[in-house]
Design a binder for this molecule. Sequence first.
Ligand code: AMP
Length: 554
Amino acid sequence: MKYSELCDYYERLEDTTKNLKMRDIVAELLEEAPSEDLELITLASMGRVFPASVDKDIGIAGKLMQKIIAKSYGAAEEEVVEKFKQTGDLGKTAEYFCENNRQRSLMTKELTVKKVFENLRKLPETTGTGSEERKERLVRELLTSAEPVEARYVVRTTLQEMRIGVGEGTVRDAIAVAFGVPKEKVENAFFKLTDYGEVAKIARKKGEEGLDDVEIEVGRPLRVMLAEISESLQDALEEYENPAVEVKLDGFRGQIHKDGDDITLYSRRLEDKTDQFPEVVEWAKECLKPEECIVDCEIVAVDEEGKPLAFQNLSKRIQRKYDIQRMKEEIPVQVNCFDLFYVDGESFMESSLKDRWEKLNEIVVERKGKFKLVEHLETNDMEEANSFYQKALGQKQEGVMVKNLDAKYQPGKRVGYWKKVKETMEPLDLVVVEGIWGEGKRSQWISSLMLAVRDPDTGDFLKTGKMATGMTEEQLQEITDKMEELIISEDGRTVKVRPKIVVEVGYEEIQKSPKYDTGYALRFPRLLRFRYDKSPEEVDIVERLKSLYRKQNN
Ligand code: AMP
């Protein structure tokens, strides 16, 4: 498909905010897409360059892009910056300079979707000395061949800021409409493949039956199940006829795939973390009886006595790419299994939690303090559940999970089969969208962070307060380094960054405030921890702020 044809669809999508209309436009696009491009076009409709399971960073931030636009169209960088200030959008900025480029060659090649993605997909691999220039060349090649509208979308895709509002939900529904298949089946296939591009191909070629036939593949990460927040233990317990209460550990979500002696460990965001945890690999070989299986677990850092420690300790290990052996000794871990997807050719995703738990007990050989099943109590007696909960809090755990024993494994979204119960005013997960360079002693750091929640309807991030406390010098350095890579624009001491970094924030109170996009501000926000394991799509939504506000004022 010609890239210009795809851009026509982008323009139509940009012109509407109605979900159904967006779904129909994407469905039309998928129907039109030639088979050889369908996979790419499905991803492109969401503005993605890679499927969700591929954790690659394109690595081009606003500043470099300004330079690329200037060079591509023979403009001065200051002019580009000036135009960007007016439009607030580097896509539109590129479009403007492309349109007004006097040196524009008439001999340019017509862009295809394939060519655009071929170049963009080379960007993450372009590292080492001279990589900036090579990256630049890859994008410039596209921009110099582009028509003005194409330039807009090439830039936005490269920056991963499409502004067309198409998310996974829209694409799921569009595949269902385009190829006449039930959307539940589209989604189920996606949970196993984690790539809507592949799902679309199957739906077109083999229809409903093809989707039914999608099997779990050991070694390929799966989408995991998530929990909803419950206001109290009582509420959670009353929700299900047959509840189980489990300790909610404060660690990192792991998905262990065993294929004989071949072990892979994935994080909740489907990143491969096998190399970081060699001891988990050894234990999994020993403690998981089946030849092939996939289990869901929480990995926590522990002290010398095997008692779980707070997440901060562990986060160092998750990030680490070198000195693995030393880290292994410094920060020992423990694996707590709580669920299972698959055992020797049989999927357990449709089985009830009761059956899954029973099977998990069968297949795990516990190794004291290292590899075990999570503490699990099946009861609907409030007193019994409460003493379990109090014991968990006493052991400095986060709280408990209350789970529906009759429910199947439903990945991806908060479907209400699991409830988490925690103490106190819930912290918020927010994304950093701006920062201000500090003054005086703090002038080498970005020391004040503008935080935002997500609007689930538009996918936009809405500002809701500034945080300048709770950060150690080490953390200030860390956040400054990370933010510098994400800068889109600078205005005096204020920098605007791509919404990537998720932080868990504590606060005293939520107040109404016209100063911020949400209409609410946080009183005394402070950093609890960085949440690199969470994606910006997972931060709290506006509704949560509202409901916490109501709760607090009750
Ligand atoms: P949250 O990150 O607050 O949405 O809580 C959900 C997370 O709690 C899961 O993704 C797991 O990493 C973690 N967790 C800890 N203990 C358990 C448990 N017993 N069952 C399920 N998830 C757990």
